[in-house]
Design a protein around this ligand. Structure first.
Ligand code: 5AD
Ligand code: SF4
Length: 438
C-alpha cells in the first residue's frame, strides 16, 4: 500500500512542478514514505533520515541550496511530534490519510523562518477525492487501493491506529480508476486493502456488493487480463468471493490469507476471532472450489506466552495447509497496542530458533510447490527486463517470478506462454512455448 501511496504522492506533486529524480542527492524535495508495522521498519526511518540529513540537506546547504524533507506514512502518523523532536530539520510530517495536503504544506515551508508543519489528521473528506492517476507512466501491473484501515484490532497490530477505521471506496470511483489504469497500459491490477475482503459498497442494483461481486464487475474490462487482491482476513471471506475464484478466470489462483499462529490459545490472545480449525476450514472450502489455488500466509513467531506446544501447533498447521509461499516475522512489541502490556515474553534465542524452524518448513514447501511446475506451460505477464542479456522477468498466475530469454525487444506488458524448465526457491526459469515472431 505504501507503494501505491508513493505513486499517488508523485502524481499529486507533478502539476506543482515536481518530477521524480533518480538520484536523491540532487532532489529539491524528499518524501520519505514510512512503515510502522514492526520495530525494524521504524528503525529504518530514523537511519534513513540521518543519511538524508548528512548526504543531502547539510551538503546542499553548504552550497547555499535548500531542500525540503517530508516524512509521510505510518511512522509519521504514530510519532508526529517525536520525529520533529528527534530530527528538527525535517520540514513536514504528514500521515497516510492526509498526504493529499502535501502541495499546500510544501508551499507553506518557509526556509528563512524554518516553519514546520505536521498534518496527521483523519479527515472526514476521503483523500481519494483529491488524488488522481498520471496516465502517462503506468506499468503493465498496477495497484489500486479499494479499502483502507481496519476494525479488527488484533492485539499486536498498529494498523487500526495508524491507518484508522475501515473505509471502502465507492464502486464508481474504483471502476473509474481501474479503467484509467487499463487505458494507460495496465494488464494486471492488484486490489489493495489492509483488510481487502472487508470491502463493501452499495451497487447500482441497490444491493451491498462484496469483493467477489466487485471482481466480477472488473473482469468485464476487456483489456484487463489478471486480477489479484491482498490482504485478507479469514473471517471476511464469503461464499461469493470463493465462487469468484472458481468462476472468473481473470482472478488469479492465489490467496494470501494470514493466520499468524496455529495455536488457539495464541490466536485468542491475538484477538484474531477464529480458531486454527476455522482457518483450515476456510482454506479447504476455497480449495474445493478451485483445487489449484496457491495459498500464502503470514506468521508471527514468539508472541508473548507462546510455548513449545503452541509453536508445534503452528508447525502442524503449516504442514496441514501446505503453503506455496508465506511470510514469517518475530513478534515485535508495538507502542500503543494491547499486547505491549502482555508479559511472559519469549526468550530471544528461542524466538530465533522457532523462526528458523518455521522458515525452513515454509521454504521446503515453496521449493516443492515451484518444482511441480517443471515441464508445464504457464500464461505469464511480462513485467520488465531481467539482469542478464535478452532476459525478461514475468509473473505466473500463482504469483511466482519467472525468468526467460527472448530476442524480441518489445515484450514488456504482453502475455506469453512459458514452459517451465527449472525451479528455484524464489523463482522459475522457462522458455517461450510458441515461437510466433518472439
Ligand atoms: N510483530 C510482528 N509482526 C507483525 N505483523 C503485524 N504486526 C506485527 C508485530 N507487532 C505482521 C503480521 C501481518 C503482517 C503484515 O505483519 O503477520 O499479517
Ligand atoms: Fe492488523 Fe490485519 Fe489484524 Fe487488521 S486484521 S488489526 S490489519 S493484523
Amino acid at each position: 500500500m505504501n507503494f501505491y501511496d508513493s505513486e499517488r504522492i508523485s502524481d499529486l506533486l507533478k502539476p506543482h512542478g515536481y518530477q521524480l529524480e533518480n538520484n536523491d542527492e540532487d532532489a529539491d524535495l524528499i518524501v520519505l514514505n514510512t512503515c510502522h508495522i514492526r520495530e525494524k521498519a521504524v528503525e529504518k526511518t530514523y537511519s534513513e533520515l540521518g543519511r538524508i540529513r548528512d548526504k543531502i540537506k547539510l551538503r546542499k546547504e553548504k552550497t547555499g541550496k535548500k531542500s525540503i524533507v517530508a516524512v509521510a506514512g505510518c511512522v509519521a502518523q504514530a510519532q508526529g511530534k517525536e520525529i520533529m523532536k528527534r530530527s528538527p530539520w525535517v520540514d513536514i510530517v504528514v500521515g497516510p490519510q492526509s498526504y493529499q495536503n502535501l502541495p499546500e504544506l510544501i508551499s507553506k515551508v518557509d526556509p528563512i523562518n524554518n516553519n514546520k508543519h505536521i498534518n496527521i489528521e483523519f479527515p472526514t473528506i476521503p483523500k481519494f477525492d483529491h488524488l488522481d492517476i498520471d496516465i502517462n507512466k503506468r506499468n503493465s501491473s498496477a495497484f489500486l487501493t479499494i479499502q483502507e484501515g481496519c476494525d479488527k484490532f488484533c492485539t499486536f497490530c498498529v494498523v487500526p491506529y495508524t491507518r484508522g477505521a475501515e473505509y471502502s471506496r465507492p464502486i464508481t470511483a474504483i471502476l473509474e480508476e481501474a479503467n484509467k489504469l487499463v487505458e494507460a497500459g495496465a494488464k494486471e491490477i492488484t486490489l489493495l486493502g489492509q483488510n481487502v475482503n472487508a470491502w463493501n459498497a452499495v451497487g447500482k442494483d441497490k444491493k451491498t456488493w462484496g469483493l467477489g461481486r466487485l471482481i466480477q464487475e472488473l473482469s468485464k474490462i476487456k483489456e484487463l487480463k489478471f486480477i489479484r487482491y491482498t490482504t485478507s482476513h479469514p473471517l471476511d471471506i464469503d461464499i461469493e468471493l470463493i465462487e469468484t475464484h472458481r468462476d472468473i478466470a481473470k482472478l488469479m489462483p492465489y490467496l494470501h490469507l494470514p493466520v499468524q499462529s496455529g495455536s488457539d490459545k495464541i490466536l485468542k490472545m491475538m484477538n484474531r476471532k477464529h480458531t486454527a480449525k476455522e482457518y483450515i476450514k476456510v482454506i479447504e472450502k476455497v480449495r474445493d472450489y478451485n483445487p489449484q489455488i496457491a495459498i500464502s500466509g503470514d506468521f508471527i513467531i514468539g508472541f508473548p506466552g507462546e510455548t513449545d506446544k503452541d509453536h508445534k501447533a503452528t508447525l502442524d498447521l503449516i504442514r496441514e495447509i501446505n503453503y506455496s509461499q508465506a511470510y514469517s516475522f518475530k513478534y515485535s512489541p508495538r507502542p500503543g497496542t494491547p499486547a505491549v502490556v502482555f508479559f511472559d515474553h519469549v526468550d530471544k534465542h528461542i524466538k530465533t530458533e522457532r523462526l528458523h524452524e518455521v522458515q525452513d518448513l515454509l521454504r521446503s514447501q515453496q521449493m516443492q510447490f515451484n518444482k511441480k511446475f517443471i515441464n508445464s506451460t504457464l500464461n505469464v505477464l511480462v513485467l520488465k527486463y531481467g539482469k542478464k542479456n535478452k532476459q525478461y522477468l514475468g509473473r505466473t498466475p500463482f504469483n511466482q517470478s519467472i525468468y526467460f530469454r527472448s530476442n524480441s525487444n518489445n515484450l514488456i506488458g504482453s502475455t506469453v506462454d512459458i514452459t517451465v524448465t527449472d525451479a528455484f526457491q524464489n523463482s522459475l526459469t522457462g522458455i517461450i512455448k510458441s515461437n510466433k515472431n518472439i
